[in-house]
Structures are given as C-alpha cells and as structure tokens.
Design a protein around this ligand. Structure first.
Ligand SMILES: Nc1ncnc2c1ncn2[C@@H]1O[C@H](COP(=O)(O)OP(=O)(O)OP(=O)(O)O)[C@@H](O)[C@H]1O
Ligand SMILES: [Mg+2]
Length: 416
C-alpha cells in the first residue's frame, strides 16, 4: 500500500500560470527558469517551494547574493503564497530568523551568499537540503554556486537534489550563459531545453495571465532595444553604447577603515523607483572612487529611510536630490545630515563625463550599484547610433553618485 503524504492540500490548477505547471515535478539536477520581467518566475518558484515542503518532504534553501534583499523579496513572496492559499495553520513562520517550518517538520531556510557564517551552519531540522533556489542568480558568481552544490551532498540518495536559478538574462557574456547556454546555442524562439542534468525554461510577459493591461503596455512600449530584448522578450542581452566601462568589482570589506574621505549621495524614490544611496570614499590623487555601501529600496517613507540612512552613514553628510526640499527637511528632522546638491545646467551629462574620468571600484556587496554601472546606456537613433542622452533607467545610484561628487566636479571637467 502506498504511504499517504502527511499533509495533502488540494491546490487548484488555476493558481498557476500554465507554462510553469509541468515544472512542479521537474527533477533535473540543475534548473534554469529565466526570461523577461514579470513573467511569473518568482511567484511560481515560491509556489513550488511551499508545495514541495508540504507534500514531498523536501527542505529548501532560498538564497540571493545579498542577504538583506531577501526579506523584501523571496521571503515575502513565499509568505504571500502561504497566506493566499490559507495554509497558515500548517506552517510555523519565524519572521525574525526568516525560517518557515511546515508541521511535517520540513523547512524553508533563507540565506544571503554574503553571509558565509550562516551558510556554513545551515542544517534543516530533518533530512538534508534537497532544494536550493537561487533568486536573481545573475548577481552571483560561479564559485558561490559551486559551493552551493557541495552543500547538497549527503542525505537520502533516493531523493533527487535540485538547484534552481531564476533571473533576467542581462548579458550574454555572463558566466551563466557561458556555463549553461553557450554550448546549446538555443534559438530565441526555443523556450525549453531538457536533459537529465539540466532543464531550462524561458518565459516572458505573455506567459503570465495575471498581469494587468497597464503592466503589459509598459513592457510592450519599451523603446530601447536592449531593455526590450532583455526585460520584455527575455532574450540574452547584448549591451551596446554603455556609458561606463571604467568600473570594476572588488571585495572592499577589509579596507573600510581607510575610507575616510567620504562622499555620500541620495536619490529619492518611493513606488516604482527605489530610494538609492551611495557611500563612497574618494582617492583624489588617483582619481579613484570606492563605492563600499548602498541603499536601494522602494516603499520607504522618509522616517524609515532615515533609519536606513543612519545605519549606513551615521552623522556623515549626504548630498541629496534638490528636487525634494521637503524630504530633505524631513530627513534633517530625523537627525540625518542631508543637504541639497546644486544642479547646474546640463548637470546630467556633465556629471556623467566627470564620472567617466574616474576609476570606480564597487564593493561585491553593492549589487545594484554594479547593475547600474553595467547597464546605464546612451539612447540610440534609428540606425542604432548612440546619441548624447542617457536612457532614463538604471540611474538611481548613479544620480546619487553625481550628487555626492558635485563639489569635486565644479569646473574641473576636461571638456571634450
Ligand atoms: N500564479 C500567479 N498568481 C497570481 N499572480 C501572479 C502569479 N504569477 C505572477 N503573478 C503576478 O505577476 C507579477 C509578476 O510575477 P513575478 O514577480 O513572479 O515575475 P518575475 O518573472 O519574477 O519578474 P522579474 O523578472 O521582474 O523578477 C506578480 O507580482 C504577481 O502580481
Ligand atoms: Mg522575479
């Protein structure tokens, strides 16, 4: 007689987007769920995690590169699934430790790849970690993923292990493309690939029937070819006409106490755009900017923003977007040393040119900063030629950096 699972909940097929449903039971060792923005990838993987823990006795480790981004994304996403399916009674949710335990003993654990201590000590209450979900996997490096595979050694050999990566295909020279896609050479129209070792599913907005007409229109109206390719259609991006190539990523954690010549900036944002702040040190002699901390978060009212800023900057001066004097005054009231940046004529282009003349070193923890410097690009004319106007995207941290350095910029720019 077949043994019944401990918990069996009837989940209506209508809760899933069709394209993902076959992947509930997909058992390839490595799984890739990639594609355009808002295609339903994250929601599906959150749904699958909840079902697997309840019904298949699997333990999940959910990771992102930066630990502090987990609570607002994958953790919230999984809680939303549990609540919307009314499964609260079957789960114990420990919000402070971000630990979700099903009443059958199986667990969903969360960790940032930047938290090596936590990663080392993760052991589920029962059995081994069968599943790892790496959200926004393009933020990670190859070595971190290798280490994750090692973490899944041991446990019951009859239970297949899975490591699933989800992401937008931001650029074709990414290690994930090299590692998993380059040999396959899939056409843009091929949305699925399957071997025993590897499954790939590509989706974009048309696969998500829960999107509103507004969401769809925004995606379809994207004019920039690169953004249209990557975020609307889910194709691997090829970046032309990028603005910054003078940056690199380094682990700066050991250098913090040398960073005494601080320049800090803040760009306001709330609903669709994030509030973005950048903590930097300037080595003026070597024209080198060290960006060692960032804030990048939507939905922060000024009181909450002040708490975050205090954590990063303490009493240090922060140059802010002068378009929001009221917010600056509020931050000051909360004890933040906020000041308006003076924006001159053509300050965007001028600031970009000045930043292009520096060497910019970004700490490994500042994934949003890296993203922006990587993807900020010039607009193009119909022939694909760059025009001297940046695409108004991925410029929040960069704006913050322009504000931070506006005093340095004063007049010292080599005009060309
Ligand atoms: N199964 C579902 N049921 C209800 N709503 C859903 C479902 N799947 C997706 N959605 C809705 O669509 C939105 C976008 O989905 P999701 O965040 O999963 O996209 P994504 O592919 O992860 O996008 P991105 O690449 O931008 O991270 C969700 O915020 C949610 O509102
Ligand atoms: Mg997502």
């Amino acid at each position: 007689m077949q043994r019944k699972p401990d918990v069996l909940v009837d989940i209506d097929h209508a809760v899933f987007n069709d394209v993902f449903r076959p992947y509930l039971k997909e058992m390839a060792r490595t799984q890739i769920i990639y594609g355009g923005s808002s295609s339903g990838k994250s929601v599906f993987l959150a749904q699958r995690a909840v079902i697997d823990v309840m019904e298949s006795k699997r333990n999940y480790l959910v990771v992102r590169q930066v630990g502090r981004t987990i609570r607002g994304s994958v953790f919230a996403e999984i809680l939303r699934v549990i609540y919307s399916w009314n499964l609260n009674k079957l789960f114990n949710i420990n919000k402070s430790d971000m630990l979700i335990t099903c009443n059958n003993g199986y667990q969903i654990i969360f960790a940032g790849l930047d938290d090596t201590e936590k990663l080392k000590s993760l052991v589920p209450a029962m059995g081994a970690i069968t599943d790892i979900w790496v959200e926004e996997a393009t933020e990670t490096d190859k070595n971190s993923i290798k280490q994750l595979y090692k973490r899944q050694r041991g446990g019951d050999e009859n239970v297949p292990k899975r490591l699933t990566m989800s992401f937008n295909p931001i650029m074709q020279n990414h290690w994930i493309y090299e590692e998993y896609f380059s040999k396959l050479n899939l056409a843009d129209t091929q949305t699925e690939y399957k071997s025993d070792e590897l499954s790939i599913l590509k989706t974009w907005y048309i696969h998500n029937r829960f999107l509103t007409a507004d969401d769809v229109r925004d995606l379809e109206n994207e004019k920039d070819k690169y953004y249209h390719d990557v975020y609307t259609l889910g194709n691997w991006g090829v970046l032309g006409n990028v603005i910054f190539t003078n940056w690199s990523v380094q682990d700066l954690s050991g250098m913090r106490n040398q960073f005494t010549n601080r320049r800090n900036g803040l760009d306001f944002g709330f609903s669709s755009d994030p509030a973005a702040a950048s903590a930097t040190h300037y080595d003026k002699m070597r024209k080198t900017i060290y960006i060692f901390d960032e804030l990048y978060e939507t939905g922060l009212t000024n009181d909450l923003l002040a708490v975050e800023l205090k954590r990063i900057f303490g009493r240090d001066r922060i140059k802010c977007d002068s378009a929001e004097p009221k917010s600056i005054a509020e931050l000051q009231k909360y004890g933040i040393n906020a000041e308006p940046a003076v924006k001159g004529k053509d300050s965007v282009i001028y600031g970009i040119q000045w930043l292009q003349q520096q060497k910019i070193i970004i700490d490994t923890s500042c994934v949003n900063t890296k993203n922006e410097y990587q993807q900020y690009k010039w607009k193009e004319d119909a022939a694909g030629k760059a025009i001297r106007q940046p695409v108004d995207k991925n410029n929040h941290i960069i704006d913050a950096d322009r504000y931070a350095y506006e005093e340095e910029m004063g007049g010292s720019l080599d005009v060309y």
